[in-house]
Write a protein that binds this ligand. Structure first.
Ligand SMILES: *Cc1c(COP(=O)(O)O)cnc(C)c1O
Length: 417
């Protein structure tokens, strides 16, 4: 067995090399027509991606962060209001809330899925909120302002438990804006509607990111809002272009948040393959599940509820001694990541918000144990076996350090084949 393998964390080279001709013909078309911003490529992509997400409208923008910000503003979140989300997400989620002028509050996540825990959302609304006597609106004790929206994050490509979240949102009149930036192609079985629903089609609006490493990535930056609400779509279109629909007729102040024609063309070409790539990720996740079973619980694979068909943006396991293990894997040539090492409530950026260690124990515990191992459509069985063999090697070493095997007995477990 070689001690040095080479399994990158992601592989953005192979996939684009395989599509080289299609991508360069997009470039040729853009050069031929000079449709650098907007134009038919953008419209075509918006139509295709909206359909892929089972959404009536899709608005292409310059990043996932802009998509979240425009979706929040477009859905009607007003400055000063409070928006609830989770602490174990990328900071773009809370940045977008703040940039929309709102305040954020956190609720902790479910121990097994690491997604927003509907039970804790209900507890939050009952225990950490009050009904404002003057306005009659439910308000946060921490921020002192009305709670008007919730942003569930479909972390790692697995949707949050949307039936329960939507039911609470209806009861408390909250807007639901999905952070689907990691969840292109993920599905959720709604028991209430007795059908599978696509990520991005369940809230009043959703935000997607096309950052290159996402399940559908641009060759640069990009994002999109999906919604069934025409008003949210129209407002998002205005926000991305300086508050105008008609050139130089500004109905409001907006932003420069447009999607390049070139990126839209690349994304449209890549979208054709997305269903296949998602299936490849699902097959790789299944293989990991089988391989990891040999580690007998020392590596906890991701939990997959029966209502989830994850898109496996990331494959995140939980281990003890995570930092040491990550170092050893790196020295063996195996790329890993941590998504994310510091929960948002403990980030320096939010030092003035008076959060403390212990506020969200599930997210905090997870942050110390999670490890994202290689995951991409082209990841094949032999690469996955190398990853799991390396895990096996280091975990067994660890066992031997902790409780030495008595002389005369054989090593605890033979390396898996
Ligand atoms: C990537 C990501 C974003 C932001 O997307 P950008 O395109 O990088 O702006 C937001 N939320 C989550 C959960 C993400 O993973």
């Amino acid at each position: 067995m070689t001690s040095h393998s080479n399994v990158p964390f992601v592989d953005l080279v192979t996939l684009h090399r395989e599509m080289r001709d299609e991508l360069t013909s997009v470039m040729d078309e853009v050069l031929r027509t000079a449709s650098f911003i907007g134009g038919p490529m953008l419209e075509g992509f918006e139509e295709d991606f909206g359909r892929y997400c089972d959404s009536k409208f899709c608005v292409g923008v310059s990043s996932g962060t802009d998509a979240l910000r425009f979706a929040l503003i477009g859905a009607g979140v007003k400055p000063g209001e409070t928006v609830v989300t989770v602490p174990n997400t990328f900071i773009a989620t809370t940045e977008a809330i703040s940039q929309a002028g709102a305040r954020f509050d956190f609720v902790d996540v479910d121990e097994r899925t690491l997604n927003l825990d509907p039970g804790k959302l209900e507890e939050y609304l009952l225990d950490r909120c009050y009904i404002d006597r003057h306005t009659g609106r439910i308000s946060s004790r921490r921020t002192g302002s009305p709670v008007t929206a919730v942003v569930p994050v479909h972390l790692y490509g697995q949707t949050a438990d949307m039936d329960s979240i939507l039911e609470l949102a209806e009861r408390y009149r909250l807007l639901v804006i999905e952070d689907a930036c990691q969840a292109h192609g993920a599905e959720y079985f709604s028991a209430k509607e007795n059908r599978w629903r696509k990520a991005g089609s369940m809230g009043v609006a959703a935000a997607f990111s096309f950052y290159p490493a996402k399940n559908l990535g641009a060759l640069g930056e990009g994002g999109a809002i999906t919604t069934d609400c025409e008003l949210i779509a129209t407002t998002s279109r205005k926000l991305r272009q300086h508050g105008e629909l008609k050139r130089y007729h500004h109905e409001m102040e907006g932003y420069n948040g447009r999607m390049d024609g070139l990126q839209a063309g690349f994304l449209r070409a890549k979208l054709k393959y997305l269903p296949e790539w998602v299936e490849m990720r699902r097959a790789a996740a299944k293989r990991y599940g089988d391989l990891l079973a040999s580690l007998q619980g020392r590596v906890l694979p991701p939990h997959e509820p029966s209502w989830a068909k994850p898109a496996w943006h990331l494959y995140v396991v939980r281990v003890e001694n995570r930092d040491e293990l990550q170092k050893q894997l790196a020295s063996a040539g195996i790329g890993t990541g941590i998504h994310y090492p510091v929960p948002l409530h403990l980030q320096d950026a939010y030092g003035s918000h008076n959060f403390k260690q212990g506020d969200f124990p599930v997210a905090e515990r997870a942050a110390a144990e999670i490890l994202s191992i290689p995951m991409y459509p082209q990841l094949n069985f032999s690469l996955q076996r190398e990853v799991v063999q390396a895990l096996h090697r280091f975990l067994i070493q660890d066992t031997m350090r902790e409780d030495p095997v008595p002389a005369g007995t054989s090593s605890p477990r033979a390396p898996i084949q």
